[in-house]
Design a protein around this ligand. Structure first.
Ligand SMILES: [Zn+2]
Length: 472
């Protein structure tokens, strides 16, 4: 390969001058030897533009003219020289002569565009240097192609004295290299991993514009407005943690960022709350009061604290471990089409006494109505509990669980992987229940949160496109 031969030639030219310097400080015999070496080596002299070139080299290296090049992505590309076509399949570490019959096929994809590995806003499209600067010399660029914001290639204008016609950068054009060395290949591998992670994450957002907004921000809060009892998803570009309402939440890595759900208490005061360099606005919300009459026998159920505590331990254990990734890929759905008898957040009085805030939806339906998994996940618990009857918790990853209570029948067991829409059980009235209904809610880090936020959407879609108004 001529490219490599050129590099070898340059290295050989550098060595004699070192030998010459050593020669200066020793005996005259050695000085003579050094002088011989000096005369045998090509004389280095600055040219008109100030760069150093070999004058009168013994072996004239025939310049190989590069006509065109194109990188399909961070891995493969081609370079067309006057005397043939070279292709690479390893990001430019090795260039191999292409078989003549494949030349035309490769040539047909000649358009310079966005890399196959990236989505448009991640590519370095628009970064088009007209010169590159290498060791005090500017070289004019004939054609450039940035694959990402960091990795780009340039073809120099013909007739330059540069070491190679094709140069690569891995730092957005700050430094340029005539060859993909092992170190550069390593950096390119890292860039590939970064881009893959970013592409994976970007797919979760509504549209690329929203993905870009969230992923380029230091902090993103999805959505930027919430009410008491809601939950938001926080994204940060770096690892770390957030202290929120007296609790600390660790940011977990996913895609190109770090995430946590932040649950809002029912008592949180309206106002603006800084989260990193972002702002979360809490709007006031009034919850209604519901008075429920139950039989004396049912009322005494709540006094069985020992059984209730035992169940709570099981629930806490099931909810203590969550997959460290978002398990869903589509919208969350309503598990049944029932009649909403108790909305989320109602202040509930049972037989005239304050009971609790109902942080779930009660959806009344006929006994035996099939219940669907709200989204993909892993069953964390599926068993008969004292108050909530036949109960299921599904882990959706990153500390988010959905809960289904009072079922007549359980159709899944702990550890099962479920898909959105899978039938997981049937509507019933087991446990503390006055009639067939599904008690359904979400838990974010062991805090029940408003299920209405999730239906027909996902937390990644809670961030409106720039300029759009978030539906209130
Ligand atoms: Zn309920």
């Amino acid at each position: 390969m001529k490219l490599e031969r050129k590099a070898v030639h340059k290295r050989a030219a550098g060595k004699p001058s070192i030998r010459y310097r050593i020669g200066l400080g020793v005996l005259s015999v050695l000085v003579c030897a050094a002088v011989i070496v000096w005369f045998r080596s090509p004389v280095m002299a600055p040219d008109a533009s100030g760069s150093v070139t070999a004058v009168n080299p013994k072996v004239e290296v025939k310049k190989r003219e590069l006509l065109d090049f194109h990188m399909d992505n961070l891995t493969q590309g081609w370079a067309r020289y006057t005397d043939g076509m070279m292709t690479t399949k390893d990001g430019g570490v090795q260039w191999l002569a292409a078989a003549s019959d494949s030349t035309n096929a490769v040539l047909s994809s000649e358009s310079v565009g966005v890399s196959d590995d990236t989505v448009s806003w991640m590519s370095g499209k628009g970064q088009n240097p007209s010169v590159i600067h290498v060791q005090d010399t500017d070289y004019k660029v004939y054609k450039s192609q940035f694959l990402t914001r960091n990795v780009g290639w340039v073809q120099l204008e013909n007739g330059s004295n540069a070491e190679a016609p094709l140069w690569v950068t891995i730092d957005g054009g700050v430094t340029w290299h005539p060859k993909v060395t092992a170190d550069i290949a390593k950096e390119m591998d890292a860039e590939r991993v970064r881009i893959q992670a970013a592409v994976k994450e970007a797919a979760f957002y509504n549209e690329q514009e929203t993905a870009q907004k969230a992923m380029e921000a230091e902090w993103a809060v999805l959505p930027e407005t919430a009410s008491p009892g809601d939950v938001v998803l926080v994204r940060h570009g770096q690892p770390g943690e957030i202290t929120w309402e007296g609790k600390t939440y660790k940011l977990e890595p996913f895609g190109a960022g770090y995430f946590t759900y932040l649950p809002m208490s029912l008592a949180i005061k309206p106002g603006s709350y800084p989260i990193g360099d972002s702002l979360l606005t809490i709007k006031a919300k009034k919850f209604q009061t519901q008075y429920l009459q139950v039989t004396k026998q049912m009322e005494t159920m709540k006094q069985e604290t020992k059984r209730i505590d035992e169940d709570q331990k099981k629930i806490d254990k099931a909810r203590s471990e969550s997959q460290s990734e978002f398990l869903f890929s589509t919208n969350f759905i309503k598990p049944i089409e029932g009649i909403l008898t108790t909305p989320y957040g109602y202040t509930r009085y049972v037989n005239g006494k304050f009971d609790s805030s109902h942080r779930a939806l009660d959806l009344a339906a006929k006994e035996g109505t099939p219940i669907k998994a709200t989204n993909d996940g892993i069953v964390a618990l599926s068993e008969l509990l004292y108050l909530t009857g036949n109960s299921i918790y599904i882990d959706h990853g990153m500390g988010l669980f959905s809960q289904y209570a009072h079922l007549s029948e359980l159709r899944v067991k702990a550890g099962d992987h479920v898909k959105q829409g899978d039938i997981i059980g049937l509507v019933g009235t087991t446990g503390f229940s006055t009639g067939p209904h599904l008690h359904f809610t979400f838990w974010a880090h062991n805090v029940p949160v408003n299920p209405d936020l999730f239906f027909d959407t996902t937390p990644f879609h809670w961030l409106p496109a720039p300029g759009a108004n978030f539906p209130q």
